[in-house]
Design a protein around this ligand. Structure first.
Ligand SMILES: Nc1ncnc2c1ncn2[C@@H]1O[C@H](COP(=O)(O)OP(=O)(O)OP(=O)(O)O)[C@@H](O)[C@H]1O
Ligand SMILES: [Mg+2]
Length: 377
């Protein structure tokens, strides 16, 4: 080695070494030179001690450096027993003799390096560093992979919780409104059997929908969810049951025009989520526009040649022209933090366009916004 050559033992620094040598003088010199360079060093005076230490600290030890000719248990015997425990741990041999049969045995035990005695400490260190390199990088990669995996799992869980929370906002509002109705009727001594039954049925339907939402999102992430044939009516009626209390409460009328018996093939519950998102947005826009006293939302079902168009139109004044390109972006919202996450239209677009191979777009007319959904028939 040239004097000017600066060798860095970065990997040894991070490693735990088991050093097995029966010659006390050799062992003393090697240990005193390696000790400060590695993370930790275990020292054994013969093969048996080496095997015992390895067995006890196998999870910790990164490399074994061993003599061959030793009392009690020979180096070869010890290596073969260590290989039974761990076939991968790097092993470097330091030995004075190298006859052919010994060499064969050593090779058959997949030894990683050989340093001849008398030992030159830098040669030994270089071989240790070289031997540890691939192991070390593999370990680092594994650490990184686990981290990325955990992060992506957390992100997916977070996204799923966010989505569920988003879809629960409407039904929670509906339950709130239903409870107000209960309170109002109770205070006015008007709790007839019919009113109570009505409230119970309504609340049950909403709770059922909420628990369905969880299942839907589980399925959303599962690759083998199934498409089915269903009537538009099935989707529309169940979401109206959910939303009508709030719409009435805000003096908003909702009309369904066109043939609801048309069948389509796709994800029924996901289409429901989309309709709820769009109708909730229309409701919010109507409430926010102080100039409107009578809100109106129209769902228009228009079969075309080979696709179905569902247009949802409101009278809240429309989306300002400079925002039209942004509203489908994730997290774009003009609402207060507590009222909007900006995920509704983004999710809707993913469901309609990616999952159901249709399209979702917006246009404004004189009175308000029209959200058009097209679905292949
Ligand atoms: N019918 C509509 N009329 C006017 N503006 C609308 C209408 N629908 C959507 N927007 C605008 O588009 C924005 C994005 O809608 P989106 O549903 O993605 O998010 P959000 O309603 O703000 O929040 P949330 O995630 O709770 O749905 C809204 O904040 C609103 O500014
Ligand atoms: Mg929304």
């Amino acid at each position: 080695m040239l004097k000017s050559e600066v060798v860095k033992y970065d990997i040894i620094k991070e490693s735990v070494v088991l050093y097995v040598e029966d010659d006390k003088d050799v062992s003393g010199i090697i240990v005193s030179s390696i000790d400060s360079l590695c993370k930790k060093i275990y020292v054994a005076a013969n093969g048996q001690e080496g095997l015992d230490i390895y067995t006890e600290h196998q999870d910790e030890i990164d490399i074994v450096i061993t003599d061959l000719n030793m009392p009690k248990l020979s180096g070869i015997e010890m290596i073969s027993r260590i290989r039974d425990i761990n076939y991968d741990v790097p092993i470097v041999i330091t030995s004075a003799f190298g006859d052919e049969t010994m060499l064969k045995k050593v090779i058959n035990l997949s030894v990683d390096g050989f340093v001849a005695k008398p030992l030159i400490i830098h040669d030994l260190l270089k071989i240790i560093e070289r031997t540890l390199k691939p192991v070390f990088y593999k370990k680092e990669l594994r650490k990184k992979d686990t981290l990325i995996f955990q992060q992506s799992k957390l992100a997916a869980i977070g996204e799923m919780i966010g989505n569920i929370a988003h879809q629960w906002r409407q039904p929670l509002n509906s339950i709130g409104v239903t409870m107000m109705k209960l309170e109002f009727n109770s205070e006015n001594d008007n709790l007839t059997r019919e009113v109570v039954k009505d409230i119970i049925d309504n609340t049950n339907a909403i709770v059922g929908h909420m628990s369905k939402t969880i299942d839907d999102f589980r399925n959303f992430f599962s690759p083998n969810k199934e498409k089915s044939k269903f009537k538009i009516r099935d989707s529309i009626e169940s979401i109206l049951a959910l939303m009508i209390p709030q719409l009435i409460n805000n003096n908003i009328e909702i009309k369904v025009i066109g043939d609801q018996d048309i069948e389509i093939f796709g994800y029924k519950n996901e289409l429901k989520q989309v309709l709820i998102n769009i109708i909730s947005n229309a409701k919010d826009a109507i409430i926010n526009n102080k100039n409107i006293s009578n809100g109106l939302i129209e769902i228009n079902i228009k079969p075309q040649k080979d696709y179905l168009k569902i247009a949802i139109k409101d009278n809240a004044g429309g989306v300002p022209q400079d925002l039209i390109d942004k509203i489908f972006e994730p997290y774009f919202t003009t609402k207060f933090k507590s009222q909007g996450t900006g995920l509704g239209l983004y999710m809707s677009k993913v469901i309609i366009e990616k999952n159901m191979k249709g399209s979702l777009y917006i246009e404004n007319d004189d009175n308000g916004a029209i959200f058009n959904i097209t679905l292949p028939l």
